[in-house]
Design a protein around this ligand. Structure first.
Ligand code: NIG
Ligand code: FE
Length: 409
């Protein structure tokens, strides 16, 4: 099956194959073609170029995209879309003056979601989660990472990861699963961290590996959650089962976690609302992708990741939604891109690269996703008619999507 899309006003993020991620300096430019065509064969991109070079293919469906922009689908490398219920009560508590940390200290936060998850059947969690996945697909997400971490019990974590596995099997977009047993210490382990870490390493991990339920391992490296030393133990245990680390770090405090993650060959370090010179130095010349989550900063009113500081130091940066019930109850990557421009002073060029090619890298999908490249999956968005891609972040709350394509359909 072949589809030819013609008269594309701007075809964004066109890249030769073999480019896995783009650094701060490279992100300033978004390679694109004005007045372009795009040829799709089965589920892959088979050619693209300027309209004057458009092949005279017969035997294919032709779509006229006059005035419209085509960009690769968003690659959302950090979400928690598998959860039960919601936390709108805590949302109102915050409006009334409590902070995220104060709510967590009262037994709310992650432990609140864990209680709900353990009380809900796998079937019901699947039903709730698939609605969120369908929602983000319609918003242009073409690849997504999903974490466990609201079980915090052997059965609860397995239940979440089995739901992710079912989503992988039943939906056409690429899904990566991350085991986040180290999201918080359950109440009964508050005074006995070692026992919970033991449970993660010696009980949960072997079971998860046996069922092949996870691609990555994560931990919440933060004051009051998992210390640097505890997170190192978790990362080392995960690696024994082939799970590379992707770590929540520097959300509220900077305690040397980023350096530890880089030393452990983490694929990404996520949040980074606080960044020190030592953190930047640790990331320099590493393969570790920093990931910013602006809708989390927006929603719980905490600082935004200092994107300019990272980019000006030459580091790459990815953007993700952090879709979760506590700190970002949306997975709308258009909003994420816009917020990165408006609040973090990223340019549209930088933000689009951060949400596509660098997002793909941050979940190990850079060979197949994240750019308009011959041989990559035909996953892209066709926008409504626009004058320029600058209007994507500019129209921050308008639905600009004409159609979303997954695997050539
Ligand atoms: O990425 N910070 C840690 N984990 C999630 C929030 C979890 C929650 O509040 O449910 C995050 O923001
Ligand atoms: Fe998160």
């Amino acid at each position: 099956m072949q589809t030819l899309i013609i008269n594309i006003k701007q075809l964004l993020q066109v890249r030769e194959s073999g480019i896995s991620k783009v650094s701060g300096a490279e992100m300033a430019v978004l390679p694109h073609i004005e007045n372009a065509f795009l040829l799709i064969k089965d589920d892959k991109i088979s050619a693209y170029g300027k309209m004057e070079d458009c092949p005279k293919e017969t035997n294919c469906t032709v779509i006229d995209a006059s005035g419209k922009i085509v960009l690769p689908s968003f690659c959302d490398s950090h979400t928690h879309i598998v959860y039960a219920g919601n936390r709108s009560g805590e949302f109102v508590d915050r409006i009334n003056g409590l902070s995220y940390e104060e709510i967590a200290a009262r037994g709310g936060g992650i432990l609140n979601s864990a209680k709900k998850l353990n009380e809900t059947s796998e079937e019901e969690i699947y039903e709730q989660s698939k609605k969120r996945l369908e929602e983000v697909m319609l918003q242009g997400t073409g690849a997504v990472e999903i974490k466990s971490g609201y079980g915090l019990t052997v059965e609860g974590e397995l239940k979440m990861l089995r739901v992710i596995k079912r989503l992988k099997e039943n939906y056409p977009i690429a899904i990566k699963a991350t085991f986040l047993g180290a999201h918080a210490f359950p109440k009964e382990y508050k005074e006995n961290h070692e026992a919970y870490i033991d449970l993660i390493c010696n009980d949960m991990l072997p079971k998860i590996a046996k069922e092949n339920l996870a691609d990555y391992i994560d931990a919440f490296l933060e004051t009051g959650y998992f210390s640097v030393a505890e997170t190192i133990k978790i990362m080392e245990a995960g690696k024994k089962y082939g799970l590379k680390p992707k770590i929540h770090v520097n959300q509220f405090t900077a305690i040397g976690g980023i350096k530890a993650c880089v030393n452990q060959s983490a694929l990404s370090v996520d949040h980074l609302e606080l960044v020190t010179d030592e953190d930047i130095e640790a990331l320099q010349d590493s393969d570790c992708m920093p990931v910013a989550l602006p809708s989390c900063s927006y929603f719980i009113s905490i600082p935004y990741t200092p994107a300019r500081q990272l980019l000006n130091a030459g580091l790459p940066l990815a953007l993700a939604s952090d879709f979760n019930p506590g700190t970002s109850p949306t997975g709308n990557m258009h909003f994420v891109v816009a917020t990165a421009c408006i609040k973090m002073k990223m340019t549209p060029e930088e933000a689009i690269s951060a949400a596509t090619i660098n997002g793909a890298y941050a979940m190990g999908l850079n060979d197949t996703h994240g750019s308009i490249t011959v041989g990559k999956k035909a996953n892209f968005i066709i926008t409504k008619p626009l004058h320029s891609f600058y209007e994507i972040p500019y129209c921050f709350a308008t639905n600009l999507i004409d159609s979303v394509w997954v695997n050539g359909e």
